[in-house]
Ligand binder design. Structure first.
Ligand code: HEM
Length: 574
């Protein structure tokens, strides 16, 4: 401070002698022509403030013009303060941002938000969402897929460029204007093979394997006929289901070779929002280390599996699953990935880390909520158990329990509760658009227009929301779509008809989740096996249970985990 005192005095001198000649003759005064560091800081801050204000005013005017322009060609860009960064800070919490935008601007017009070179379209009007899904073949999601793969699973830059340069689309036929060679059509190759090997005739096999493996896993849980209390239901479910989930798709060797895999996967999963919000590495070191180890684990598995079963020689006669690679899908992926010429062993491992994460985390979170809702409502639990027990098959030789999967996945109340869990506890990532699915999931008018007048407010969990009268013909058809009274529920059936654009937990169009059929079967069979084998109770009264909320940090990356630990007690059924 002392060094600044003369400055004040001399600057007063300067004001008095602004004619200049005197200054020119007194060189010791020259330094005072230059603003001090502090003044520079103030000038810069004011400059920035002005820039931000101008940016905001200009972007607001453009936004308003676009909003009220009947012939608009571009989706209005939400006003922003910082040029170049646009809405990057607000997107730190995308769900909250989307909620605020929806509240301020309503759902009539799609909105555009940007973060650097990334653009997102916020749609919360079911009609827009439907239209977008219908046109998904013409739209592209490569930028967001590339962003996710780069930041979430550390995909090497060369492979990211492969995604970014692919303008051939996800359809079987490349787009007309594209000259990408077939072996480099990465968007199509990924999506086509996932859909093929996770549905149709392959689905049955994976589901049955999962169910058999889960059943063995459940038998090995150290719980007897006496109650034991456990502090964390979500953790229990992860530890119970992760091994069968991984083994049913990726074979037995990955976990045999890499004992630390599950722990690293759990650390990684907890930090997914940090990776996708670009939290600096030095603030996220344990997660970065866990991710690095995961990639190394997968590389080790690939190398080992390749020495036993060659992925370059796949034939139709090969089994759907073997212990080294697991599902044939894994070998097919290796084969096309290698042929792109842009995927070395690290890139191929990164891709599989992504698939392992996508195929496990959403199902686990959703099973948590399914079980949670059933355990807190004894009446619902009894009805769901009743439906599950109708599908139970007991092996007369060893007494093991399996389920008729087709029947289980067709039981009305089980399906309705499954669909309600996904409506209520999922804010899906959609690589094309930021659909504010909460707005759609809670838009009572739109649900009524769809012939599904809510019986209970959409802000509440209603296990029968997706049940309709047996004679209901869908929106515009037979009008008896109102919710049923309790006596009628017995004859009701499950339906999501008319809810396109309103119930979108799996996204839609060409980019829809390829694992959705498997996810449904895995959720239902996990639930059915657990409640058939164990008595379970959550250690929370109804008031405390009401306080259990989903962790919104994970929106919009799919299903939301609980924000708090939920204790429970468990014992083997007598
Ligand atoms: C309740 C469970 C699940 C939910 C809620 C869910 C939701 C989603 C959503 C919203 C997307 C993005 C769709 C888009 O971009 O428009 C997606 C993509 C994806 N899901 Fe799922 N998913 C679930 C289970 C699964 C399972 C079990 C698997 C695998 C076995 C899986 C594999 C994938 C993959 C690989 C993608 C990326 C597809 C691509 O890039 O083409 N998901 N999922």
């Amino acid at each position: 401070m002392t060094s600044q005192t003369p400055l004040v005095d001399n600057s007063t001198d300067f004001c008095h002698s602004h004619e200049g000649h005197q200054l020119a003759m007194t060189p010791h005064l020259l330094p005072y022509y230059h603003p001090s560091l502090r003044q520079w800081a103030i000038i810069s801050a004011l400059g920035l403030l002005l820039l931000f204000c101008f940016t905001y005013i200009f972007s607001t005017l453009r936004f308003r013009k676009a909003l009220f322009d009947g012939n608009r060609k571009e989706v209005p860009v939400v006003p922003y303060w910082v040029p170049g960064l646009f809405h990057a800070f607000a997107l730190w919490d995308p769900a909250d941002f989307a909620f605020r935008l929806n509240k301020t601007f309503g759902s009539k017009t799609p909105l555009q938000v940007k973060a650097g070179w990334l653009r997102f379209f916020l749609l919360s009007n079911p009609e827009h969402v439907k239209a977008l899904f219908r046109r998904s073949r013409e739209t592209t999601n490569t930028v967001t897929v590339a962003f996710t793969l780069r930041n979430l699973v550390d995909l090497p830059r060369e492979t990211v460029s492969l995604y970014l340069s692919d303008n051939s689309g996800a359809g079987l036929k490349p787009r007309k204007d594209s000259d990408i060679p077939p072996e480099r059509r990465i968007t199509f190759l990924v999506s086509h093979n996932l859909h093929m090997f996770l549905s149709f005739r392959h689905l049955d096999g994976i589901s049955k394997r999962y169910s058999g493996m889960l059943s063995h896993r459940i038998d090995s849980i150290d719980v007897g006929n006496e109650w034991v209390s456990w502090p964390n239901l979500s953790d229990f479910l992860q530890r119970t289901t992760l091994v069968p989930e991984i083994e049913a798709l990726f074979g037995l060797k990955l976990l045999e070779l890499t004992p630390g895999f599950i722990d690293d996967l759990l650390i990684f999963t907890r930090h997914v929002p940090d990776f996708l919000r670009l939290r600096p590495r030095w603030l996220n070191l344990p997660a970065h280390r866990a991710r690095k180890r995961l990639i190394q684990h997968v590389m080790r598995w690939h190398e080992y599996a390749q020495t036993h079963v060659d992925f370059t020689e796949i034939s139709d006669e090969d089994p759907d699953w073997e212990p080294f690679w697991g599902s044939k899908l894994m070998r097919v992926r290796q084969e096309y990935e290698l042929k792109t010429g842009a995927m070395d062993s690290v890139a191929r491992a990164c891709e599989d880390v992504g698939l392992i994460w996508a195929s496990t985390t959403n199902v686990q979170n959703s099973v948590f909520w399914l079980l949670f809702e059933a355990l807190r409502d004894p009446n619902l639990k009894a009805r769901l158990m009743n439906e599950a027990s109708e599908c139970r098959i007991i092996n007369t030789v060893d007494g093991t329990i399996t389920f008729d999967m087709k029947k289980l996945a067709s039981q009305p109340l089980l399906q309705s509760t499954y669909a309600e869990v996904l409506r209520f506890y999922t804010i899906p990532q959609n690589s094309l658009i930021m659909t504010y699915s909460r707005a759609m999931a809670l838009d009572a008018e739109a649900w009524t227009r769809a012939g599904r007048t809510p019986r209970m407010p959409l802000e509440e969990f209603d296990t029968e929301r997706f049940l309709v009268h047996p004679g209901w013909k869908g929106p515009g058809g037979y009008s008896k779509a109102e919710p049923m009274n309790t006596e009628e529920v017995g004859n009701s059936r499950f339906s999501t008809d008319g809810l396109q654009g309103l119930w979108v937990p799996y996204g839609g169009g060409d980019h829809m989740c390829p694992g959705r059929h498997l996810a449904k079967q895995q959720m239902l069979v996990t639930f059915a096996l657990l409640i058939s084998e164990f008595d379970m109770e959550i250690l929370a009264d109804s008031v405390a249970a009401d306080m259990v909320k989903p962790d919104m940090r994970f929106a919009p990356f799919g299903s939301l985990p609980p924000a708090t630990k939920v204790g429970f007690r468990i014992r083997k059924k007598k």
